[in-house]
Ligand binder design. Structure first.
Ligand code: DX5
Ligand code: ZN
Length: 223
């Protein structure tokens, strides 16, 4: 399974975003991670619906839209979705998670089930036909710059085994939160294939995006 890097745009330099986008294209990044927070499901606000529209016009890189919002089932229409985008919804955010994932599939995007650190992996079992990936939060969602919750590494390994033994080896595992070079290597070995790159790797001050991306790619190619 190809290892993919998804730069977390909430960590980008907004005053220099046009140039950063060109750099992501030049460097061939796989996805762009867009955090949408509503101040209810998580205690923060970040990026929004108009930003997604602008990005769709500015780049062909698929978006990796992470919805950290309450009741996403009632709000999918707010978002401009483009074929090839990845969209994750949290298991904890709606009583109608299957309906929400099915609506995403119907909209032509790749549905991803996101789970918080405290949510057990068994919740994926009855949703396997509905998803292309599981997003394992490796910190509690809401903020950049937090520390890894250590047991999430083993959680990724257990999830990989569950997916493979249920006959779904093609379902990917995305990880999000404190993906440092060291943590990325451990997560990759545990079976993750999509890595959200934030302040812990790509956006380390004083080093270029190119240099950090190269280092992160080397870290996840271990195995
Ligand atoms: C939240 C975000 C953050 C963040 C990742 O969903 O995606 O987790 O930007 O970057 P770190 O944790 O490295 O600051
Ligand atoms: Zn995220």
């Amino acid at each position: 399974m190809k290892k993919k890097i998804s730069p977390s745009l909430m960590c980008a330099d907004f005053l220099n975003l046009g140039a950063e986008l060109k750099e992501y294209e030049r460097l061939g990044v796989d996805l762009l991670h867009i955090d949408i927070m509503d101040g209810v499901f998580v205690p923060n606000y970040t990026l929004g619906t108009d930003f997604i529209k602008k990005l769709h016009r500015a780049t062909k890189i698929p978006l990796d839209i992470h919805l950290m919002i309450d009741r996403p089932d009632a709000k999918l229409d707010y978002f401009e979705l483009r074929a090839g985008d990845y969209v994750s919804v949290h298991y904890e955010s709606t009583p109608h998670i299957q309906r929400t994932l099915a609506a995403l599939r119907q909209a032509g995007v790749k549905p991803i089930l996101a789970i918080n650190p405290g949510t057990p992996i068994c919740v994926v079992e009855d949703l396997l036909p509905d998803i292309d990936a599981v997003l394992v939060m490796t910190v509690n969602p809401g903020y950049a710059g937090q520390k890894l919750i250590p047991q999430t590494i083993d959680k990724i390994a257990r999830l990989r085994r569950l997916l493979d033994s249920a006959g779904y080896p093609e379902i990917e595992i995305e990880c999000d939160g404190n993906i440092s070079f060291d943590n990325a290597a451990k997560m990759s070995r545990a079976g993750a294939s999509i890595f959200v790159a934030g302040t812990s790797s790509l956006y380390i001050d004083g080093t270029s995006l190119e240099e950090n991306l190269k280092k992160l790619r080397a870290a996840v190619e271990v195995e």
